[in-house]
Design a protein. Structure first.
Length: 384
């Protein structure tokens, strides 16, 4: 029950003093994106930061992504413009690698990095050949919308199954005057929806309700007229979450290690949640769902690694920059395809054409309003 210091901690405590315990998604929104929040203050991806994403491993991920973009450009008949929108682009590591790989579609390629954090947008602006924005561009878009490790950082609600029904996790002030979780009775509609998602959940089981992620997918699909939505993240299903300890799929990161409870160290640790594929499918089931290792293999990562391995063997005795770069590329391929690490991430793809559900229209069929309580107000009843 640690009391954090800094602007974001004061902001959270102020909200709690004003209106009572914060629903978990409202708390996360402040902790990650509020004044002084983890991403509002710049986040820290990369080898010197708090976590390492696939683009931060090295340029190979971007080189394979460039090949995938060329494949989609060809599939669509090489349209001009062919727009690529990278949502949650951070400081632009993926964009930098894609542009450096010089895909065939580059001349037709408006590449837009979308990043909510002003600090990270300033860093992304240092990448040449791209545009940087704080919001998704309006549709209709012909091209690709990418989201690499974005959805796991969107705020979510957290529910726990109790003997008398479902409770919802809020964040309030604990007995030691620090932040701690508070369990309150879930609204009837929310409880019914949790029962629908995880009907076999036993007492003590927890599940996320990922309305923000699901709404984001609906919005992205609505902006696409032709092309593909590609989501890369660690993912599972809601029934599986209910069977696993919640601290396995809600993770905090600080200094390349696991952090503490989500309500500790506000502003200095990341909070993530595995993505519930079954909840995203409420909008529309993905057309493809495969591991990152499988997806990279389909788009030529093994060929690139074999070429690099051959270069390394040829030039190892020389030890020049080409040899070192080749050796690094081989290591990158191993890390990106590691089934116990990044290779186990899921790559979800939605293929969009003008007649697709959700294509080119902001009016989507997702029942967000009826399935989720949209406000952040707290219940007056504590769960037992």
């Amino acid at each position: 029950m640690t009391v954090s210091s800094g602007d974001v901690a004061e902001l959270v405590l102020g909200k709690i003093r004003q209106s009572g315990a914060l629903r978990f998604d409202a708390f996360l929104e402040l902790a990650l994106y509020g004044v002084g929040g983890f991403y509002a203050s710049g986040g820290r991806a990369g080898r010197r930061g708090d976590f390492l994403t696939s683009p931060e491993v090295g340029p190979l991920f971007g080189s394979v992504m460039a090949r995938a973009l060329d494949a989609e450009w060809d599939r669509l008949g090489r349209p001009e413009p062919f727009t690529v929108v990278e949502a949650g682009a951070g400081r632009g590591a993926l964009a930098r690698s894609v542009v450096a790989a010089r895909p065939d579609c580059l001349a037709s390629l408006p590449y837009v990095c979308v990043e909510r954090s002003a600090v990270l947008r300033r860093q992304a602006n240092e990448v040449g050949g791209i545009a940087v924005s704080g919001a998704l561009p309006p549709g209709p878009i012909t091209g690709v919308i990418l989201a690499n490790e974005l959805l796991d950082n969107l705020a979510f609600r957290l529910l726990e199954r109790r003997s008398g029904g479902w409770a919802e996790v809020f964040v309030g002030v604990g007995e030691g005057h620090g932040l701690d979780e508070v369990l309150l009775v879930a609204p009837p509609e929310t409880a019914a929806f949790a029962d629908h998602l995880a009907p076999d959940a036993g007492p003590g089981a927890r599940v996320p309700l990922q309305r923000e992620a699901t709404t984001w997918v609906a919005d992205a699909l609505a902006r696409l007229q032709r092309g593909r939505l590609v989501v890369v993240d660690y993912a599972d299903t809601t029934p599986s979450f209910a069977r696993r300890p919640w601290t396995e799929w809600v993770r905090t990161y600080r200094g390349h290690g696991r952090g503490s409870q989500p309500w500790d160290s506000l502003g200095s640790q990341d909070v993530t949640c595995e993505v519930a594929v079954d909840q995203l499918a409420l909008v529309r089931a993905p057309d493809h769902d495969r591991s990152q290792a499988e997806w990279l293999g389909e788009h030529g990562v093994h060929r690139l690694a074999d070429e690099a391995r051959a270069t390394w063997h040829e030039r190892a005795q020389v030890g020049d920059l080409a040899a070192l770069a080749a050796r690094s590329r081989v290591g990158e391929a191993e890390a990106l395809c590691d089934p116990a690490g990044l290779g186990a991430f899921r790559v979800l793809e939605w293929v969009v054409h003008p007649s697709s559900p959700c294509s080119g229209s902001r009016k989507v069929g997702f029942r967000a309003g009826s399935d989720y309580q949209k406000d952040g107000s707290r219940s007056e009843r504590r769960a037992r």
